[in-house]
Write a protein that binds this ligand. Structure first.
Ligand SMILES: [Zn+2]
Length: 643
């Protein structure tokens, strides 16, 4: 760090509509060994090399749209300032959400200037020398006509992923992402996918065609670049990590499920390297079926002190498993190698950025988790950046009493990190499913699979955060555990209310983590006396009335959620989510939006990554890698766009 100190450096950089843009800092990078720094550099390049894959997966028009928008932003001189403002605002949202669909509501947002004004801006940029993504013999007007629907028409391809399209409608046909072309669910009857996680399915006159993502297949160019950077990283990696990277390269070449499994296993076995990466087709939230992986990459290194606390929980995984409040036949007799680490991210790309998770537990393959275990990470510097950029009025507005505010100020950050650890390390890693499901409950639970799994992991955390055993193993101070538990339950209840601000249209939630939080809180409201709804000055509050009832209720719901997953009970999942998780009251949402807007609070946060720069000697060898913080979102996005 140069002139700035840790305490006065800026976190919140700007507001874009209801989004906050926040800088992530990676303290300690300077102190890594040169070898680890160089490793981070090559892995970061591999992360950026795949960024366009996710753009294309999310929407077939995304890359063309991005190139046109970036052409205007980099060649602005002749364009009317008001029009340029509108285009800049839209482009920032487009970058934040990787395309024109809001990440949280799944709905389309559109450009606010007129199509004519936009056409003038694009032509100005072209006249100024900006390259445009024109097809052969295509005029600028034809290009703009092709992009009219995606840019300006809210009703054209309106929802990226629609898991609840309503009676009679098809989940694939109603979803505008690029994972399927021309298909509906019925087309999949009797069709066996050879590359379920890593392919696009296209319906042609001759039947369904599977396009595997691999070298020589779909995204061949991008994947070849990823592989080039991974291969450059291998000489700087530990032996265990090098083995995992070689397996990943093999998988990127063949696309075969057996090679992906070999990679997952090698990746789980690498437990001690200081630097690590996730790189591949990983999370399945964007697929209405919950099968196809969105491409993402993270590069990070371990945070030693915070890792000690996470590891203490991981070491007692079997103790928690033996006491899961569900049918003993769905407990694992032997929990295998859960590794937990607190990390500092230096690069996130694809589905993991610019909006990022705070915790990740992989691999997702249930069978590998059961046999080989999993690795869980909590993103310390992301959590820190969230904390430091959140205004204090935020809690005050939604807390019922001053005691609740005080409790939150003292304990919410601590409790949040603890429950994130329990969610990732114990929650996702726990339980076993009926043998009849062949280790793949997601096939039976379909579009409800992700929300049910998130609910399961949250409920494990809410149930065990109140267990005295946590104090016994030194993870929480015994004398403060009651306050910590209450602070967590209160924050969880507030969150169910406050998160409604993110869905400014409609009365239905699409995002799986949000569905899960609504499910938990509304189930507790309906079935226990843990919570109550109170109003004061026409403001709604969710209050925790009994810590004990809350824990007991979370345990009961957890037993049912685990049963649903273990038995693949689609009907029960459907009913549970439909009753408690998907729908909400528009009047309540409007009230929350009003309160949030009066305080000018952001609804969600996007992050600016650190920037790594290799310093080379006369022979071109890297002699150091410098880390800097760009603190400007547009600059970073435009830079990434040129890679
Ligand atoms: Zn989770």
């Amino acid at each position: 760090m140069s002139a700035e100190t840790k305490t006065d450096r800026p976190y919140l950089l700007e507001r874009v509509g209801d989004a906050a843009i926040v800088q992530i800092y990676a303290d300690g990078f300077e102190h890594l060994s040169l070898r680890d720094k160089i490793l981070c550099w090559h892995l970061s390049q591999a992360a950026l090399a795949g960024r366009d894959i996710y753009y294309d997966q999310r929407y077939a028009h995304n890359l063309t749209m991005r190139r046109v928008l970036e052409a205007v932003l980099t060649h602005p001189s002749a364009t009317d300032p008001a029009v340029l403002d509108a285009i800049t605002h839209y482009t920032k949202l487009f970058w934040i959400h990787t395309g024109p669909f809001n990440n949280l509501t799944a709905r389309k947002f559109v450009l606010s200037c007129t199509p004519d004004a936009f056409a003038v801006a694009v032509k100005n940029a072209a006249a100024d020398g900006a390259p445009l993504p024109l097809e052969a013999d295509e005029s600028i007007d034809q290009l703009l006509a092709r992009l009219y629907g995606p840019l300006f028409d809210k009703d054209f391809e309106p929802i990226v992923t629609n898991k609840s399209p309503g009676a009679g409608a098809d989940i694939l046909k109603s979803s505008s992402n690029n994972l399927y072309v021309g298909l509906e669910m019925a087309d999949l009857d009797g069709f066996e996918e050879r590359f379920p996680l890593n392919s696009r399915l296209v319906k042609t006159a001759g039947g369904l065609v599977e396009e595997p993502y691999r070298i020589g297949g779909k995204y061949s160019d991008q994947i070849a670049f990823i592989v080039e950077h991974l291969e450059a990283a291998i000489p700087h990696a530990t032996e265990a990590m090098a083995e995992a990277l070689r397996a990943l390269v093999t998988f990127y070449r063949t696309g075969e499920t057996a090679d992906r499994r070999a990679y997952d296993i090698a990746w789980v076995r690498d437990q001690h390297s200081t630097v690590d990466t996730m790189n591949g087709f990983i999370e399945v939230y964007m697929d209405a079926r919950g099968v196809k992986g969105s491409w993402e990459a993270l590069v990070y290194y371990v945070h030693p002190e915070k890792t000690a606390a996470a590891q203490a929980i991981a070491e007692h995984a079997q103790w928690f498993e033996d006491r899961m409040p569900w049918d003993p036949k769905y407990r694992k007799p032997k929990v295998t190698g859960v590794t937990a680490r607190a990390i500092e991210v230096v690069m996130e790309s694809g589905d993991a950025a610019p909006m990022t998770p705070i915790g990740v537990n992989l691999p997702n393959d249930q069978e590998i988790r059961e046999t080989y275990g999993s690795k869980s990470v909590s993103l310390s510097n992301v959590t820190e950046a969230y904390e430091k950029s959140t205004p204090r009025e935020y809690r005050k507005e939604f807390a019922w009493s001053q005691e609740e505010v005080d409790r939150a100020e003292q304990w919410a950050a601590f409790a949040g990190e603890l429950t994130t650890n329990l969610h990732e390390i114990i929650g996702h890693g726990s339980g076993q499913v009926s043998a009849a499901l062949n280790g793949a409950p997601e096939k039976a639970l379909k579009e409800h699979s992700s929300a049910i799994e998130e609910a399961r992991a949250d409920l494990v955390a809410l149930y065990f955060v109140a267990d005295p055993y946590l104090a016994a193993i030194g993870v929480v101070p015994a004398e403060s555990q009651d306050d910590i538990v209450l602070a967590e339950y209160e924050a969880y209840a507030r969150n169910a209310l406050v998160q409604l601000r993110r869905i400014r249209e409609g009365t239905q939630i699409e995002e799986d983590h949000m569905r899960n939080r609504q499910l938990v809180v509304h189930w507790l409201l309906a079935n226990t006396s843990a919570l109550t709804v109170s109003t004061r000055d026409s403001k709604t509050y969710y209050r925790v009335t009994s810590r004990h009832e809350f824990r007991e209720g979370a345990g009961r719901l957890l037993a049912e959620v685990q049963r649903i997953r273990a038995e693949g009970d689609y009907e029960a999942a459907s009913t549970l989510l439909d009753t408690y998780g998907v729908h909400f009251d528009a009047a309540l949402r409007d009230e929350i939006v009003g309160r949030v807007d009066r305080l000018d609070l952001a609804s969600y946060t996007a992050f600016v990554m650190p920037k790594l720069t290799p310093l080379r000697d006369a022979r071109g060898e890297i002699v150091d890698v410098e880390i800097t913080y760009p603190k400007d979102f547009a600059t970073q996005m435009l830079e990434y766009g040129q890679v």
